[in-house]
Design a protein around this ligand. Structure first.
Ligand SMILES: [Fe+2]
Length: 398
């Protein structure tokens, strides 16, 4: 007899092609042609649209025989309407593929636009807020006939460059919800570390901690996915080597490359799941506009301390892998706190502008976030309140 408690069934897929290396942005026209794109829509945020990098990419694609147009009406922490507007631009320009260029906001929006070009329902009816509506919403999604997508990350952290989801904010509710399906994985990720050279140190550190949080949370997540743990360990080792180095010297190409690989590793691994760091972080972004990676960086040690009773063995193995001073969960917390301090990231969410008065609104949102159920320890709204309070007071002694 088959016993699913002995061998749990699971579906695993890591199929995205990654073209990694310095200067490989020059291969973009060829990558488009390889996917049959002749008229791509380049999607990036308005800030990036103004930079010479984007002008150069447009010029190179035109020189490569492509008829390319730009869509850049994207807010940081993008709105559902940004994707809807992008779909209108896609159809108006008779495009045949999407190039998503930028950080998480641009990549998420580009992937959402590609998915939404073939749907029968508006975006707000297809985003998922919790696992409760997951099956019903997935059944409404059209998953055939999507245009091809090439992602070109300009930051190292989001993981969206190879992920199968897009996070968008619903303006009415103020909540961050997700479009999710394996068909959202881009056909090609063109990962050129040189594109991250102009990122300022504070953003470099914040997105780097997002990469690290993906690997750490997925490694601690209890869902069955043995490949993910190996990829996550490597993602954390790369961040351990490069995160502080790249914060100190943004021109260090080897460190830039290692952080881009760490982001790719995190984005690959976190198909397994994330956890309470992300659940607590999402409302800080949607309600207070706090950078996602920065929020994760501040929150991570508190969540690790909270989860410690069930993840201590895994953390000890991680500490051994990273060669930390002792093979213990405490060594992992100390490592996170120290690395955070070296990147001049605050120890508490008070420094991010959060006060006790905000917690009553934030805690229910965190408890209802789709990532909350992925945490290795079940988390209630009261737990979320306690975690926000600990992070507010800078108290790691729970
Ligand atoms: Fe994240």
């Amino acid at each position: 007899m088959r016993d699913s408690t002995v061998v749990a069934p699971a579906d695993w897929a890591y199929p995205t092609q990654i073209h990694f290396g310095l200067g490989r942005i020059r291969e973009l026209p060829e990558a488009c042609r390889s996917l049959g794109m002749a008229r791509p829509l380049l999607v990036c945020d308005s800030g990036l649209a103004e930079l010479p990098m984007t002008a150069n990419i447009l010029k190179a694609c035109e020189a490569g025989g492509l008829s390319i147009a730009l869509f850049s009406d994207i807010r940081p922490n993008p709105l559902e309407r940004n994707a809807t507007d992008g779909v209108a631009a896609y159809h108006a320009g008779d495009h045949d593929g999407v190039i998503a260029l930028g950080g998480g906001s641009s990549l998420d929006t580009g992937k959402a636009i590609a998915l939404m070009t073939v749907q029968n329902y508006p975006v707000q009816e297809l985003t998922i807020a919790s696992f409760l509506d997951f099956t019903e919403i997935q059944a409404k999604l059209v998953t055939e006939g999507l245009p091809p997508v090439i992602t070109v990350p300009t930051t190292s952290g989001t993981g969206s460059e190879i992920g199968r989801a897009s996070a968008l904010i619903n303006e009415e509710s103020g909540t961050k919800k997700g479009l999710f399906h394996p068909v959202m994985m881009p056909e090609i990720c063109l990962a050129d570390p040189e594109l991250t050279l102009s990122l300022p140190p504070d953003v470099t550190a914040a997105v780097g901690f997002d990469a690290l949080s993906h690997s750490l949370e997925t490694y601690c997540c209890a869902f069955p996915h043995p490949f993910a743990d190996g990829v996550a360990l490597q993602g954390m080792a790369l961040a351990n080597e490069a995160l502080v180095a790249v914060y100190r010297d943004g021109s260090d190409l080897a460190a830039r490359a290692n952080m881009m690989m760490s982001s790719l590793a995190g984005g690959t691994a976190f198909q397994k799941g994330v956890g309470a760091v992300h659940a607590l972080s999402h409302p800080l972004s949607s309600r207070h506009g706090i950078h996602h990676g920065l929020a994760n960086a501040v929150l991570m040690p508190y969540v690790v301390a909270f989860n410690m009773p069930v993840i201590e063995d895994k953390l000890a193995a991680l500490a051994r892998y990273l060669d930390l001073p002792s093979p213990s969960g405490q060594a992992v917390i100390d490592w996170l706190v120290e690395m955070r301090a070296e990147c001049d990231i605050p120890h508490d969410i008070a420094a991010l502008g959060i006060s006790e008065n905000d917690i009553a609104t934030l805690a229910p949102l965190a408890a209802a976030d789709i990532t909350a159920v992925e945490n290795p320890v079940a988390v209630t709204e009261d737990d979320m309140t306690a975690l926000y309070r600990a992070a507010l007071a800078g108290d790691l002694q729970n």
